[in-house]
Ligand binder design. Structure first.
Ligand SMILES: Nc1nc2c(c(=O)[nH]1)N[C@H]1C(S)=C(S)[C@@H](COP(=O)(O)OP(=O)(O)OC[C@H]3O[C@@H](n4cnc5c(=O)[nH]c(N)nc54)[C@H](O)[C@@H]3O)O[C@H]1N2
Ligand SMILES: Nc1nc2c(c(=O)[nH]1)N[C@H]1C(S)=C(S)[C@@H](COP(=O)(O)OP(=O)(O)OC[C@H]3O[C@@H](n4cnc5c(=O)[nH]c(N)nc54)[C@H](O)[C@@H]3O)O[C@H]1N2
Ligand code: SF4
Ligand SMILES: [Mo]
Length: 746
């Protein structure tokens, strides 16, 4: 290993001087039976609008204060289309983030004492001076572009403004190359538009919903779960394709327990059946699409019999489900999914999904894909951002040509010096993303971090990523701060306000304030012209006929659509798409122009070796990634994950329910902690399944430490999507260790 690897030891211990026990622990009082019983006696004295930050669905709601002025519950805002007045269990439990006494409490700076690296408590001034000095030094020596921002969540906008002003546009989120990037690119190549969030799917009005991996119900994206439940109630057909009997599968008319990694074969076969039987929407396809003849020729040999050999789904099931979709068309949704970085050919798989929807005429029609509208809100009057001299793309000449956004994994890779690259990244600002558990290949992420001159982590919790930072800045939780307006596209445009329901606890501050203070020290004060965030918001709100005062009362403001075009292709009017041909491109000229396959092809993926099983992972309804693992309200509901094992496999290995095992992957990496076995018919024999976000290794998180195991540790390998750089992560295989591994091996 290079010598530099020891420069930045991972700091596990609690910080110097933070020894004192917190005097009060209101959350446990709040959770305990007696207080629960009294809950009904409590009264809302005041309610403050917010939008939830427990996940990225961003439901708008209310923080209710009791007569002592404490936050005692969170509820949904009735006017909000993301939640329709109801928060999900995680959102309701969000108040646990505020009360969690393991929170980061004050700025920390890495220092060495007696040869040991520790965090020293610092004042905000010390922290900002330290960061500003290092940022300027990096800019002088390498250019400002060598600093990148990784961010997931609201604070990204504020730090993004600061960094763009500083001269770098290398701003990235794991929600692209580790999540929905391939979907956006696949749909953009087909329709000239992406899917966005919340997804533009008209589940409420659909007659047939096809879920390919999307595990809505465990994936608790609120509005979609509600709409799916409504669709089921009104008798819509649900078809779920999943190697696991998911919650969604249990609500479905058809469950197709596909062999993982073979979905492309199923999709191509469905396309084959629909074209061959002429079940496609002829008028729609004639009028709007480009490349039907090429597609027809391309899928000629992809019969259900061919797909059966690959997917293990019987030919008559493939035909029957294709017929169900055609019967419902155009009120049918082949759901584009969200976390789609699976096998490296993900953009192409999402192209196949997009094509199938086009054949059935669901895009732009009721019960298919609607056209969301967003309220336009005036931009701030700030100076133009300087034009950067270089971008992350320079590190990848000729690659990932259709990537629409920066790649978190790409910037991470380009931080490790390589021959021939003139500048590698030298500084990371990491806001609200636990990159250690979020990016694949932890060893690679850690190596990248060791090569940095500066890493700043802004977080609310002492998550693993903060242990590698030079400076840690404690952000207050979403319940203690303002943030940018939530401006979201939906059936009707809305804006929502987040206002503080409590003073920031400890010595924590909002990201807006941090970004402004840092900008001042960098000589970029003009980019934050308002003294207070309240003033900035009020100015913006006044441009759209509202005010901070009004929004504090209503939380969510709905606007009328500007045009009556929720379903723009209803009645088959003339329409021009934002593609080269102006049509829906079944045959993608954009892909062809960049040297990628214009029509999606099936490629076989590697199979698990003997005694190994494919590692697949997903969500639990009461947790969000790793961010909720220490939330006292939510650990109460679920405090560890289990590994799902098929009974046949359990028998072979002699595994019993709740027995603890360690998982070892194909590269010999073993989980830090054991995980309990769940023996269940609900998973295929060739795969094991676990919920992402557990197995925390940082002891500062007292409730999460050592609970369950981390899928991220086992994802050492990826298949990178050549089109846009997404990291396919379901290409790892694991086996069981029934005894504790010896220290050296782990
Ligand atoms: N192995 C594996 N990797 C994955 C996935 C997977 O399923 N398995 N899923 C992928 C997907 S789909 C996504 S979208 C990404 C998600 O990736 P991330 O968003 O990075 O997920 P988290 O691990 O929850 O990290 C969130 C971090 O934000 C912090 N945080 C929470 N609230 C605040 C706040 O208000 N302010 C600040 N400053 N920080 C806050 C939390 O403490 C935590 O450290 O991960 C991707 N990576
Ligand atoms: N409660 C909760 N809800 C969440 C989140 C959360 O953290 N917690 N995160 C949100 C985010 S950012 C995202 S991106 C979404 C992710 O959620 P989704 O986009 O709905 O689902 P995925 O993560 O793609 O896939 C998980 C499912 O895919 C199945 N699967 C595994 N391999 C294959 C395969 O080869 N083929 C098929 N057809 N299926 C397979 C798994 O068994 C599992 O049921 O969830 C969102 N909702
Ligand atoms: S879906 Fe749940 S966790 Fe996500 S924003 Fe809405 S209430 Fe919060
Ligand atoms: Mo995601």
């Amino acid at each position: 290993m290079p010598k530099t690897l020891n420069r930045r030891d991972f700091i596990r211990i609690s910080s110097l001087g933070l020894g004192g026990l917190a005097a009060a622990n209101p959350i446990f009082d709040w959770l305990s039976g007696s207080v629960m019983a009294n809950e009904s006696l409590q009264e809302t004295i005041k309610r403050i609008p917010t939008y939830c930050e427990v996940c990225f669905w961003k439901c708008a709601g209310w923080a209710h204060l009791n007569d002592k002025g404490d936050i005692w519950k969170l509820t949904g805002n009735d006017d909000d289309p993301h939640c329709n007045g109801r928060l999900c269990p995680r959102g309701t439990g969000g108040v646990g983030m505020y009360y969690d006494d393991d929170r980061l409490k004050t700025p920390l700076i890495r220092t060495e004492v007696d040869g040991k690296q520790i965090f020293k408590e610092a004042s905000w001034n010390e922290a900002f001076d330290f960061i500003a000095k290092k940022m300027k030094k990096i800019a002088d020596e390498h250019g400002p572009e060598c600093i990148a921002l990784f961010s997931h969540g609201s604070g990204g906008k504020h730090f993004g403004r600061m960094l763009k002003a500083f001269g770098s546009q290398n701003i990235t989120a794991p929600s692209y190359a580790q999540c929905r990037g391939p979907r956006e690119v696949g749909f953009f190549a087909t329709y000239g538009e992406g899917i966005g969030s919340p997804e533009r799917v008209d589940i409420r009005d659909t007659d047939c919903l096809v879920l390919i991996g999307s595990h809505i119900g465990e994936n608790m994206h609120n509005g979609q779960v509600q709409e799916m439940s409504d669709a089921i109630d009104k008798g819509s057909t649900i078809i779920t394709v999943d190697p696991r009997f998911s919650t969604a599968a249990s609500k479905s008319k058809h469950w197709l327990p596909i062999k993982p990694s073979t979905d492309m074969a199923l999709l191509l076969s469905w396309i084959h059946v629909i074209i061959n039987n002429e079940w496609y929407d002829k008028k729609y396809v004639d009028k709007y699409t480009f490349g039907l003849d090429e597609l027809k020729e391309h899928v000629k040999s992809y019969t259900p019999e061919w797909a059966y050999g690959i997917t293990t789904i019987k030919p008559h099931v493939i035909r029957k489900t294709a017929k169900e979709m055609a019967n419902a068309a155009p009120s049918v949704i082949i759901h584009p999914g969200r976390h789609v970085t699976w096998y490296g050919d993900d953009t192409q798989r999402l192209r196949a999904v997009a094509i199938l929807n086009a054949l059935l005429g669901s895009w732009g029609r009721r019960g298919g894909f609607y056209n969301p509208e967003k309220k336009k809100v005036a931009k701030l009057n700030i100076p133009r951002f300087p034009k950067p001299q270089k971008t992350w793309r320079d590190a990848f000449p000729g690659k990932f040509k259709l990537a629409g956004l920066a790649l978190a994994s790409g910037i991470c890779d380009a931080t490790i010096p390589a021959a021939g690259r003139d500048c590698s990244f030298k500084g990371w600002i990491v806001n609200g993303t636990n990159l250690i558990s979020t990016l694949p290949n932890q060893a690679n992420t850690i190596e990248a971090i060791q090569n940095l001159d500066l890493m700043v982590a802004i977080d609310t919790m002492p998550m693993e990523i903060t242990g590698y930072a030079d400076v840690v800045l404690p952000e207050c939780t979403y319940l203690e701060r303002y943030d940018n307006l939530r401006i979201s596209g939906h059936r009707e445009p809305t804006i929502a306000l987040r206002a503080p329901a409590a003073e920031p606890k400890y010595n924590s501050k909002s990201a807006w304030w941090m970004a402004k203070e840092l900008s001042n020290r960098l000589g970029l004060g003009d980019y934050f012209p308002f003294e207070e965030e309240e003033e900035e918001l009020d100015w913006q709100l006044k441009q759209v006929g509202s005010s901070l005062e009004e929004m504090k009362k209503i939380g969510v403001k709905k606007y009328n659509r500007q045009y009556d075009d929720l379903y723009p292709l209803e009645g088959l009017p003339d329409y021009e798409f934002n593609t080269n041909s102006g049509k829906i491109e079944l045959y993608s000229t954009a892909m062809e122009d960049e040297g990628y396959d214009p029509l999606p092809k099936y490629t076989a993926h590697e199979e698990p070796p003997t005694d190994f099983y494919r590692l697949i992972y997903g969500r639990a309804p009461m947790h969000t990634f790793s961010r909720t693992a220490n939330n006292p309200n939510l650990t109460d509901l679920m405090d560890e994950n289990k590994v799902w094992v098929n009974p046949k496999v359990a028998k072979e290995w002699g595994l019993k329910n709740n027995q603890e095992v360690w998982l070892e992957n194909q590269d010999g990496v073993v989980t830090s902690f054991p995980i309990k076995v769940r023996v269940t018919e609900r998973i295929r024999w060739d795969s094991v399944y676990m919920v992402h976000g557990f197995g925390h290794t940082d002891k500062r998180m007292s409730r999460a430490y050592g609970k369950g195991a981390s899928d991220s540790e086992l994802i050492t390998r990826t298949k990178v999507d050549p089109v846009m750089g997404g990291t396919g992560m379901r290409v790892n295989f694991v086996t069981f260790l029934t005894e504790a591994p010896t220290k050296g091996a782990a």
